[in-house]
Design a protein around this ligand. Structure first.
Ligand code: ADP
Ligand code: MG
Length: 312
């Protein structure tokens, strides 16, 4: 018997209210179901407008679902909303703070909101964890964007929830801060927190998450361990440098795409189930060229993502 899910979502539908001018409200989620297992880092991936924030905001109680159900740590969102809420900490996509509180006060207020007893509060420890100990008494409005994001993560953790959800934690942040946030998320996960994060950065999902669900236009189109998802890429790419300029395009039955990158450089995408690198090179040579250099590129999540999101 495996562990119960951290989050279980069944047939979740959200239709937003129609615009004031009339017409149909946006159908942002079209019946999405998936389970988030306990203990991992789960990525909810999708292009802008896919419905990621809608889904997260339903879990946060900020958006009311149209139909379907959700369980958080075994608690039904409709029937046991208080328990469900206690089991999850959510870092929203938008940064909002009262600018006149200090980081310490922000955390204390939030702990009070959750009814965490004074002796059980860990505001100072949390500030330490997100590297803001020296900002204990600064006004929140004086923090940099990166500091605010880290403070939001600490704020989401005041009631020590077993699940932390981050909505686009690294959208528009610089490389250094992104690295810091990844480190923080990984550390919390190592300490036993189940992490869910949404992102539209494929590389981020591939590196950080052990399982990934992809949504597109409000529909779930994949939900797999990251490694299996990446292995779904059937295509491989080989780049060949030739001894002379290409006289014309080269296209063969086994190729998916043959692109001239430079006058003597050709990039060929082929289906690894239908051809081998050796066959591809032999076909190029059969056109009268000598191959001077070959590099191959392994498929990555982006290749899978492009294929899945364009298959409609
Ligand atoms: P994502 O977070 O994946 O970028 P969102 O969940 O924010 O996507 O949005 C999904 C769709 O729902 C988009 O088409 C968006 O315009 C629409 N939408 C989001 N919020 C609202 C709202 N409050 N009212 C109406 N439509 C909305
Ligand atoms: Mg969003």
């Amino acid at each position: 018997m495996s562990l119960p899910s951290a989050i279980r979502i069944e047939n979740l539908v959200k239709r937003y209210a129609p615009p004031r001018g009339g017409g149909e409200g946006k159908l942002a989620l079209k019946g999405v179901s998936f389970d988030v297992p306990q203990g991992g880092i789960f990525g909810l991936l999708g292009p802008n407008g896919a419905g990621k924030s809608t889904l997260i905001n339903i879990l946060a109680g900020l958006v009311t679902k149209t139909s379907g159900s959700a369980e958080i740590w075994g608690f039904d969102l409709d029937r046991q909303p208080r328990n469900a809420k206690r089991a999850i900490g959510i870092v929203p996509q938008e940064i909002v703070f009262d600018p006149f509180f200090t980081p310490f006060e922000v955390l204390e207020n939030q702990a009070g909101f959750y009814g965490v007893a004074k002796v059980l509060r860990r505001s100072a420890e949390l500030l330490e964890a997100v590297h803001l100990a020296d900002k204990h008494d600064a006004y929140s409005r004086t923090l940099s964007g990166g500091m605010k994001r880290r403070l939001l993560i600490a704020k989401a953790m005041v009631h020590s929830p077993p699940i932390l959800v981050l909505d686009e934690p690294t959208a528009g942040v610089d490389v250094e801060l992104r690295r810091q946030l990844w480190e923080l998320v990984t550390r919390l996960n190592d300490e036993g927190v189940t992490v869910v994060l949404t992102t539209h950065y494929l590389e981020e999902a591939e590196q950080l998450c052990d399982r990934i669900a992809i949504i597109n236009h409000g529909e779930l189109i994949a939900d797999k361990p990251t490694r299996e998802l990446v292995e779904m890429a059937r295509e491989k790419i080989v780049r060949v440098s030739l001894d002379k300029d290409l006289a014309g395009p080269i296209m063969e039955a086994g190729f998916v795409k043959a692109e001239v990158v430079e006058s003597r450089v050709l990039e060929i995408t082929y289906d690894r189930d239908k051809a081998s690198a050796g066959q591809v090179l032999a076909l190029v040579q059969s056109h009268g060229y000598t191959i001077e250099d070959v590099t191959t590129r392994e498929p990555d999540l982006e290749d899978v993502f492009v294929r899945l999101t364009s298959a409609e």
